[in-house]
Design a protein around this ligand. Structure first.
Ligand code: PLP
Length: 330
């Protein structure tokens, strides 16, 4: 009788760990580039009613939500004849678009130079270098117009270097278009058109405005929530102060802040964003980066007001592995 007990089929909720049929099967790809996107949604029990999913962007090959936008912008430039074989791609980044660009440049055979602020994690700088790209570390200056700012330095370098191309993720609206064309439809299909809330961090605003626009076109009632840093340029009315969360923070007049799409821009403190990180790792097994902590904080607030049929999707932008040296998890 003992054996019968051992071999009893466990309840459905307990058997979902290793069965391959429970995962979306991916066909084999002939390039890492084809493996970009189609990241999973994982339900978190933040809400007593409704469903709230984390979209785990760290499962992209480059480890973040920036793989789609970097690939789209580079391929648009190739098609337009702006980026030619033997060319150099230059861009400014808070790390992740730089990592994605370095990865894609390696595969496609372009030289890549990324300018970053000294405030970004060592792990992200090392990742860019590890794909064979060059990195230029610039002082942590708040005002984007300052010639020492990492965006200004990328522009100057691009102007001085022949056969170079700058995707310009901070000002080119192709960034938002990437998320409109790729991320929006992905989330719509994954939720079978049932999504009611979209919650995403805002840096360039490409993710939240691009995917948000696609989702709102399908259903204008979907609520789109953007997470800004509490002391960003926008949140302080033009008097920014340093903050620690990387990737989010509206620090210039970005052409991608689409307030026709975004219902609410929520400022979040470093403390609130960081406070979520241990819970995500220790309780849910999700080792996510600080911007995901900010999004999770907003998700946990919104979870209180969800209706039983509501489905919220939170963008978890990257992995905590890129921030281990910042001692946020132990
Ligand atoms: C981890 C992470 N989350 C969120 C964002 C914000 O995305 P977006 O620039 O599309 O607004 C970024 C941007 O770099 C990021 O790296």
């Amino acid at each position: 009788m003992q054996n019968d007990t051992v071999h009893q089929v466990p309840p459905v909720s307990k058997q979902i760990t290793t069965e391959p049929t429970h995962q979306a099967m991916r066909k084999p790809y002939n390039s890492v580039l084809a493996a970009i996107g189609n990241t999973p949604l994982v339900a978190l029990d933040f809400a007593s009613q409704g469903t709230i999913y984390a979209k785990l962007e760290y499962l992209n090959p480059g480890g973040s939500l920036k793989d789609r936008s970097a690939l789209f912008m580079i391929e648009q430039a190739e098609q337009a004849g702006l980026l030619k074989p033997g060319g150099t791609i230059i861009d400014a980044s808070s790390g992740n678009q730089g990592i994605a660009t370095a990865m894609i440049g390696a595969i496609k055979g372009y030289k890549v130079i990324i300018t970053v602020s000294e405030k970004i994690s060592k792990e992200k700088m090392d990742a860019i270098r590890s794909y064979g790209a060059q990195i230029i570390v610039c002082p942590a200056i708040e005002k984007i117009e300052d010639p020492q700012h990492y965006h200004s330095q990328a522009v100057a370098l691009h102007k001085s270097m022949p056969n170079s191309y700058m995707p310009n993720q901070y000002f080119s609206t192709l960034n938002a278009q990437a998320h409109y064309k790729l991320l929006g439809p992905e989330i719509w299909q994954q939720t079978h058109g049932m999504i009611t809330h979209f919650i995403a961090g805002a840096g360039t605003c490409g993710t939240v405005s691009g995917a948000g626009r696609y989702l709102k076109e399908q259903n204008p009632n979907i609520k789109v929530i953007a997470l800004d840093a509490e002391t960003s340029y926008r949140a302080t009315g033009g008097n920014p102060k340093p903050y620690k969360v990387e990737g989010i923070g509206i620090d210039w007049d970005t052409p991608m802040l689409d307030l026709n799409v975004i219902d609410e821009v929520l400022p979040v403190s470093d403390a609130n964003a960081f406070a979520m990180l241990k819970t995500l790792a220790h309780k849910y097994g999700i080792l996510a980066g600080p911007s995901s902590g900010a999004v999770a904080w907003a998700g946990s607030e919104y979870a209180k007001q969800l209706k039983p049929t509501d489905i919220a999707v939170m963008m978890f932008g990257d992995s905590g592995r890129a921030y281990l040296s910042k001692n946020l998890y132990i």
